[in-house]
Design a protein around this ligand. Structure first.
Ligand code: C5P
Length: 400
């Protein structure tokens, strides 16, 4: 997620400084180039060598030491940064930044940067809640700094409350959102279907299903963020289309969806069929509202809708095909069978009976099955996060 990003990490004198070492490791793993600047009090807690080894770069500690590279170091780091992180940030550094003080390498660099600055405070609860610290933080936010709220819990000083340094994984997630995801779908043409279809019985009634469209819309939004040219073909939903779509097409029935999908099939590199297409439609549409009459039952004859995805699989040329399946039983067998029958590259399967998965919720728990026979369980996460995970997999497989 942070491939090629230049991150400057300022470490200050908090007991949580040792946790910043783990943060460096995670940043590197996510692809970032990391340069660490330490205040002199941070060096009382952790040695620069730790950060040097983990970041793979010399650690900047003092303005008046001989610079490792012969540049005006604080300005060069400040200029190159895509993100400037102060983690952990003490009350002292927060106050200094708010006052515009530049009396060491770190404060000078922060003052000189035009990059986004993220402050992650960690301190004693009373210091954190002190109105001066709170006002300083508000002032920094007003000036465009980003501040991550500390966690609540037991503190190193023996107190308990707000002031804990968040887990490095949590900070990384915050950073990834802040820096923005990579544009690895640049120039890729992606067709996404979302929502249910509606199969009319008469002018006022229809057959449909419980799909909200949230997963498909999250995928469309994520694909746009990553630079894709996205066509979203959607059944009836209450959702707003995400900004930046190449085309937004609303349909009602499976037949209408089929027509639109086929129209654009030749255009696309990737098709993601997140729509819950009705398998059947009423065989005879009745032009007037059907009266209930005296009979205790009624007969509604249904005929099968075309399986759009299967048709795409049969006509597949260069396209990468992603299917979705909502299952309630024999999940694995059904998934593998659909993957094969529809000639898919991968299928995202959710057990709609699981809590936090399926219809109309903001989270999902899925398993991804791949054409090569492998499978991957994805833990519960928001549909937007899952959208990015699915796109990560697509991007990786497109490279091969
Ligand atoms: O066979 P099943 O409906 O479970 O398969 C689900 C996948 O197939 C989804 O990706 C869905 O969008 C697609 N599908 C389709 N046309 C249908 C039924 C399902 O494209 N008539």
């Amino acid at each position: 997620m942070l491939q090629g990003k230049f991150v400057v990490l300022g470490v200050t004198g908090s007991i949580a400084a040792y946790k910043a070492a783990e943060l460096v490791r995670l940043l590197k793993k996510a692809g970032a180039e990391v340069h660490v600047v330490m205040t002199s009090s941070a060096r009382e807690f952790v040695t620069p060598l730790t950060f040097q080894v983990l970041s793979g770069n010399p650690v900047v500690t003092d303005m008046f030491e001989k610079p490792v590279r012969w540049e005006v170091e604080h300005v060069s780091l400040a200029d190159r940064a895509d993100l400037f992180l102060i983690a952990p940030a003490t009350a002292n550094i927060i106050a200094k930044m708010a006052a515009g003080i530049a009396d060491d390498m770190l404060t000078s660099s922060v003052l000189a940067t035009r990059a986004k600055v993220l402050v992650v405070p960690a301190m004693n609860v009373n210091m954190y809640l002190n109105p001066i610290t709170q006002e300083n933080l508000s002032y920094l936010k007003e000036k465009g700094f980003y501040v991550m709220e500390p966690d609540e819990g037991p503190l190193a000083c023996g107190y308990s409350g707000k002031g804990r340094f968040p887990e490095p994984e949590k900070i990384l997630k915050f950073i990834e959102k802040l820096v923005g995801v990579s544009r690895d779908l640049n120039n890729k043409k992606i067709l996404i279907t979302a929502g249910p279809t509606r199969e009319p019985i008469d002018p006022v009634r229809f057959i449909s299903n419980r799909s909200s469209g949230k997963m498909g819309y999250a995928l469309a939004e994520a694909a746009v963020e990553r630079g894709g040219e996205v066509i979203l073909i959607s059944g009836p939903t209450s959702l707003q289309p995400p900004p930046g779509l190449y085309k937004y097409i609303r349909i009602n029935t499976a037949l209408e969806m089929r027509e639109k999908v086929l129209e654009y099939y030749g255009w696309c590199d990737v098709v993601i069929k997140a729509a819950a297409v009705s398998d059947f439609r009423p065989k005879n549409y009745v032009e007037h509202k059907i009266k209930k009459g005296d009979s205790a039952s009624m007969f509604l004859e249904l005929e099968k809708n075309p399986d759009i995805l299967r048709e795409l699989g049969e006509r597949k040329q260069k396209q990468f095909l992603v299917g979705f399946a909502a299952e309630t039983d024999e999940i694995e067998e059904n998934a593998v069978e659909k993957l094969r029958k529809k000639n898919l590259d991968l299928i995202v399967v959710n057990d709609v009976t699981a809590e936090g998965a399926g219809f109309d919720v903001d989270t999902n728990i899925v398993k991804i099955y791949y054409k090569n026979g492998s499978a991957e369980e994805i833990p519960k996460m928001t549909k937007k996060e899952l959208a990015h995970v699915i796109l990560d997999r697509v991007v990786n497989l497109l490279k091969n």
